[in-house]
Design a protein around this ligand. Structure first.
Ligand code: ADP
Length: 482
């Protein structure tokens, strides 16, 4: 099969969250399964072209937007093993400090930025001669790809035969814009209908992906069910339910070669399930770096997260003082909404010596936290899949998570009698339930032989893309009627 994966962020080139991890790892494993794969993404100003080996292909494509035709260079990188990654160059739209917006809000021209990106995809396939069978689109930024493709299908050729899969990584981000944007995107008012792109008087990019693609998937089985309910569907539950027959849940994996405590060059000491001694060194260094007094008896709880309401930060801040009083330390790394920056800066002042608060995006520090923490907290209100808990398990940091979405699918409660399970879960979204669960974890932590068994279970959890990419291959085959 020839598969083109389209994403607005791809690790290691550009990343704000889990989408980038998926888009950077899945193609590599698909290629290893014998598929021909390319990746298409925007050439952001934040991408270090030298470091990532971007080369000018010499190819140029023309795209019409807002009544004007503009020419765009195509760059390429071979950095992802077995895969060519193409970058569309549109400096007026992508040469900026951030991917989607500043901490104060989204860029006002995001409809044109990602409209152009979507419109460029068929042209890139033509220019590169990559006659794809499958277009795998991801999240609202690529929602118009299947829309433009359907529009062009009448012209015949390979573009009329391509099958499209649209993967929802987070349904709360929908790409909603004023109706006036529609003509600028080259789409007529016939698209502004309930079974088209219209959503409460606005143009919805994500609806394009959901309604115009051949199949839709989400990144865990539970989330594929949850989004068909009003609580999780963010207004799209009925539309999703109407596509139930072609709606699939495929759990994400992680790139277990890139996330490996036995080879990770960013952590102070390397360890593995059969040689756990050096993890203590990682904890000691993490404590020191965050101004926390090191103690074997006091566990460090790590958190690495976008600072967004989804991530359970309200119950976290309500429970924070009480959890500290139980004798745990926290190391938190995150960026996002200004509101949470302020809350955490206050904790930093008040609880110095017991917590490390790092308001930034820092890949290497993230690795030091996964490696140096004893437990990893994700009290999410909802979580489509969640990668943090998978990475944490791989680094022997025991996940404490809320029983929702992919967290419920991937973490199982430790049973101290049977010695089975990989972490701790709570169901009620409340500070009380969170604190009780941390207490449960703390009690088990005092029983080190059992705790070490739990750590071993977590580290043995199979989160590899080897498994998960096979499920995508099966789905692509199904789409092609094979
Ligand atoms: P989401 O996609 O909702 O942000 P996931 O758990 O699926 O959440 O993926 C988050 C990814 O982003 C993980 O790889 C995590 O390590 C990384 N990450 C999140 N915030 C930061 C940060 N401030 N610095 C470094 N890495 C981060």
């Amino acid at each position: 099969m020839k598969i083109a994966l389209i994403a607005s962020e791809v690790f290691p080139f550009a990343k704000t969250g889990g989408l980038a991890d998926v888009a950077g790892a899945l193609p590599k494993y698909l290629a290893r399964h014998g598929q021909e794969v390319i990746v298409i993404m925007p050439k952001y100003g934040t991408i270090d072209a030298g470091k990532f080996g971007l080369q000018d292909t010499g190819l140029e494509i023309a795209v019409e937007l807002a009544g004007e035709t503009s020419n765009h260079k195509l760059f390429v990188s071979d950095l992802i093993e077995g895969v060519k990654t193409y970058f569309i160059d549109a400096p007026e739209y992508f040469e900026r400090e951030f991917l989607y917006g500043t901490p104060d809000g989204d860029y006002p021209d995001n409809s044109l930025r990602f409209g152009l990106f979507a419109k460029s995809v068929p042209r890139i396939l033509e220019a590169t001669g990559f006659e794809a069978n499958i277009l795998h689109c991801n999240d609202w930024q690529t929602g118009l790809v299947p829309v433009y493709l359907k529009k062009e299908a009448a012209r015949g050729g390979f573009l009329s035969r391509v099958k499209t899969l649209f993967t929802i990584h987070n349904i709360a981000y929908q790409g909603l814009f004023k109706r006036e944007e529609l003509p600028k995107l080259g789409l007529g008012w016939e698209y502004f209908v309930v079974d088209g792109l219209e959503f409460w008087g606005k143009v919805s990019f994500i609806k394009g992906g959901i309604l115009f693609s051949d199949a839709v998937s989400t990144v865990s089985r539970k989330y594929s069910e949850e989004i068909q309910t009003p609580e999780f569907g963010y207004g799209l539950e009925t539309i999703l339910a109407s596509r139930r027959d072609v709606l699939f849940g495929i759990p994400n994996g992680i790139d277990t070669e890139k996330w490996d405590p036995a080879t990770d060059g960013s952590i102070p000491a390397r360890f593995s399930a059969s040689d756990m001694g050096p993890k203590r060194e990682c904890k000691r260094a993490l404590a020191e770096e965050n101004g926390i007094a090191y103690s074997e008896d006091a566990p460090i709880i790590g958190m690495i997260t976008r600072l967004a309401a989804q991530k359970g930060l309200d119950i976290l801040s309500q429970a924070f003082q009480e959890m500290i009083d139980l004798g745990v330390n926290f190391v938190i790394l995150g960026t996002g909404d200004e509101e949470y920056h302020c809350i955490f800066e206050r904790f930093k002042e008040k609880l110095a010596g017991k917590v490390g608060i790092n308001i930034k995006f820092d890949e290497a520090l993230a690795r030091r936290i996964y490696a140096g923490s004893d437990m990893f907290l994700m009290p999410s209100r909802y979580e489509p899949c969640g990668l943090g808990q998978l990475i944490a398990m791989r680094y022997g940091s025991v996940p404490i998570v809320r029983r929702t979405g992919g967290l419920a699918d991937t973490v199982s409660e430790f049973d101290p009698r049977e010695m089975t399970g990989t972490g701790f879960l709570f169901t009620e979204y409340s500070a009380g339930a969170l604190t009780e669960t941390v207490k449960r974890a703390l009690n088990l932590y005092k029983d080190q032989p059992r705790w070490q068994r739990l750590v071993a279970n977590a580290m043995a959890y199979d989160s590899s893309w080897d498994r998960a990419s096979g499920e995508y291959v099966d789905l692509y085959h199904k789409l092609l009627g094979e």
